[in-house]
Design a protein around this ligand. Structure first.
Ligand code: SF4
Length: 665
């Protein structure tokens, strides 16, 4: 396959050389972003905005943790007015942090806030529109009338921002596109971009330029495509506004971190992003270290080894297309991405060892049971087990050991061994390949060997783009062998491992690259961070292999490449939330985590939640004090029921829709 794009236009400075994409500098108070300023970190308070002291104290905790900006919700005029008290109290306590008002549906609150705080965020999907989920067929003149209506509603805010020097974020969310945008562009990255551009053009007509843009989605694939497309479209109109990166409703714990890193990290790898907010269903001060870890990874990135530049692009970075491969023993073709567990650092393995990667031996019945996160391959280095492995788990050995145990496993060759070898396995052969190995001789041999799977490695500091460069070469040369992406990390903390591996694998998977994942991680610091969310995911004494296996399956799920568990779309909560969102999310998770593939949204408020639930199958949405409204897709099925029984009612609805299964004991 060679679908080289006739015109090579990309969305960043380079796909092979790390370089920050330069945007216009915008001052938010005295802290500028964009251009060559550091990537700014921000988060959002979860307190009631009317509670001045609680909001001030939480803001201070966020600043002390490393926030450059603090965002506060202003659902109505009252909260917008109270921003002045919050700002004054912060200044009194010596904190000059710029404040951002978060606005949905209430232009009058925005107009008050713009006179008080340093920046206002509006959502173009709900600033001038109420969503009815109707598909309306607009004529061109009706569409223009709609744009005129928006201009009239939005221009007063722009004029105030201009007068007061207030910055503005046009923050599009995938889940809350207006009916107008949906009817013309669909539920798509292009629709998200057009939604922002409509508002942006109004600003420029007023000669107002202190603008930041965001394109958030709970689906990292959609989010990444939307930002890329936004850059292209802005360049077409000679616009270079700074970008705020975020994955919305990412949830909490490891899933929230994986999803956030996958979306934000993928863009940071290409030098995109001027400010980030990691949005977790956790206290906001826990979001900040995650954001800092993601950003700090790029401090010395420009010193990486050179990667041969691209002068054409053999895939479309604005749409997902899976790279076509042939199948070798269950890898490649139309199979889901495979997971390779690496036990090569062990001296031996036992039957019990395999429980770490999802296989449980039942001695009473002499049979193996497996769970939904059972690895597909196990790399054993030179170990030859003295028991029969479960059927679903295929062993791989170094070529030197395989030679003596040919019918027990599959060989892993170095490129040199592979080129010199005439005696390959007749079933499946793995070859370790780095960018320098792929010469004409090897390319020719790979093309002719329909039993070979590439294990793609990189030691470059800029490893993901180097591996992406190899995928481009494979596409150019029409080499269709399956590829397992392999990464090795040394001396890394657990939290960094979650974030970095999610970025590195996820960035390739959402491009359609990779038929499997494999990581070798010799050292993860065993001291777990002082974070209850991470501690609930990784037990103190669990093995590296078990942790890695869980994370790899989580990455595949977040990239929507392989579904092995329930997906939760949970908002981070804010001053609009009227119930304990973290506690409720935990409770729902405990009761439903065995429902593989079901997507459940837990949203703090009825004003914004339903629009933001994206493609959830079921929704649990706060709709008043002690009141919950339950959704099946976008339809309300129970309105304002008491919170006390709402989780049980949610389960009833899942049951009625045949998505319920009894948990295995
Ligand atoms: S959905 Fe959640 S974060 Fe968004 S406005 Fe409502 S309560 Fe706040």
């Amino acid at each position: 396959m060679n679908n080289t794009l006739a015109k090579f236009r990309t969305y960043c400075n380079s796909l092979t050389k790390y370089s920050r994409y330069k945007t216009r500098e915008v001052f938010v108070g005295e802290t500028p972003l964009g251009a060559y300023n550091p990537i700014r970190i921000q988060s959002m308070t979860t307190t009631d905005t009317m509670n001045t002291i609680a909001t001030v104290e939480q803001s201070i905790r966020m600043v002390d943790a490393g926030c450059d900006y603090v965002r506060i919700t202003a659902p109505s005029k009252l909260e917008a007015e109270n921003l002045l008290n919050i700002k004054n109290e912060l200044r009194k306590r010596g904190y000059k942090v710029p404040l951002i008002a978060d606005i949905h549906f209430t232009p009058n609150a925005a107009e008050i806030a713009a006179r008080i705080v340093e920046k206002v965020r509006v959502n173009p999907g709900n600033y001038a529109d109420k969503k009815s989920f109707r598909n309306i067929d607009y004529t061109d003149s009706e569409y223009d009338q709609e744009l005129d209506r928006i201009r009239q509603k939005f221009t007063p805010l722009v004029k105030i921002c201009k007068e007061y020097g207030t910055a503005l974020r046009i923050g599009t969310n995938h889940g809350s596109l207006s009916d107008r945008i949906m009817s013309r562009y669909g539920d798509s990255p292009l629709g998200m971009v057009e939604s922002a551009l409509e508002f942006l053009r109004i600003c420029e007509n007023e000669n107002y330029y202190k603008i930041v843009l965001s394109m958030k989605s709970s689906n990292p694939k959609v989010m990444v495509q939307a930002y890329r497309l936004l850059i292209r479209k802005m360049e077409d109109e000679n616009m270079y506004y700074p970008l705020h990166l975020g994955v919305t409703e990412a949830g909490g714990g490891e899933d929230g971190r994986i999803k956030s890193a996958l979306g934000i990290g993928t863009l940071l790898e290409d030098g995109i992003g001027d400010t980030i907010r990691v949005s977790l269903t956790e206290d906001p001060e826990f979001e900040v270290p995650v954001a800092l870890a993601l950003v700090n990874r790029y401090k010395n990135r420009e010193n990486h080894q050179d990667i041969k530049p691209l002068d054409a692009l053999p895939y479309n970075p604005y749409e997902y297309t899976k790279r076509q491969t042939f199948e070798v023993s269950g890898i490649g073709g139309n199979n889901v991405a495979r997971v390779v567990a690496d036990f090569s650092r062990r001296k031996f393995i036992t039957v019990d060892t395999l429980a770490d990667i999802g296989y449980f031996y039942d001695s009473a019945f002499d049979k193996w049971n497996m769970n939904d996160s059972a690895a597909d391959f196990i790399f054993l280095g030179d170990i030859v087990p003295d028991f029969d492995l479960p059927n679903g788990l295929k062993p791989i050995n170094n070529y030197s050991s395989w030679k003596n145990n040919k019918n027990k496993s599959s060989p892993l060759f170095t490129a040199k061994e592979y080129l010199n070898n005439v005696n390959l396995s007749k079933d499946i052969n793995f070859i370790r390949l780095g960018i320098a190995d792929l010469d004409d001789v090897l390319s020719e041999k790979l093309k002719n060997q329909k039993t070979t799977v590439i294990v793609l490695e990189s030691e470059n500091l800029h490893a993901m783009p180097e591996q992406r460069r190899v995928f481009c070469e494979l596409l150019f040369q029409e080499i269709t062998n399956p590829v397992i992406i392999k990464r090795t990390y040394n001396k890394i903390s657990l939290e960094d491992f979650i974030l970095f591996s999610s970025t590195d694998f996820g960035a390739l998977l959402i491009e359609g690259f990779g038929d499997g994942v494999w990581t070798e991680c010799p050292i993860i610091e065993r001291d777990l961070p002082d974070n209850v969310y991470i501690k609930s995911f990784v037990q103190k004494n669990e093995t590296y292999e078990k942790t890695i296996n869980k994370i790899l399956f989580g990455i595949l799920q977040a990239a929507r490449t392989r579904i092995s568990k329930t997906e939760y779309i949970a908002c981070p909560s804010c001053g609009r939330t009227l119930f304990d969102l973290q506690e409720t999310t935990d409770l729902i998770r405990k009761k439903t985590e065995h429902l593989k593939g079901v997507k459940i949204a837990i949203m703090g408020c009825i004003v914004n939640g339903p629009g933001e639930m994206a493609d959830a199958d079921y929704g649990y949405v706060g709709s008043g004090i002690d009141k919950i409204t339950l959704y099946k897709g976008k339809e309300i099925v129970r309105r304002n029921i008491p919170a006390l029984n709402a989780v049980e009612s949610l389960i009833e609805i899942i049951r009625e829709n045949n998505d319920w299964q009894e948990p295995k004991l």
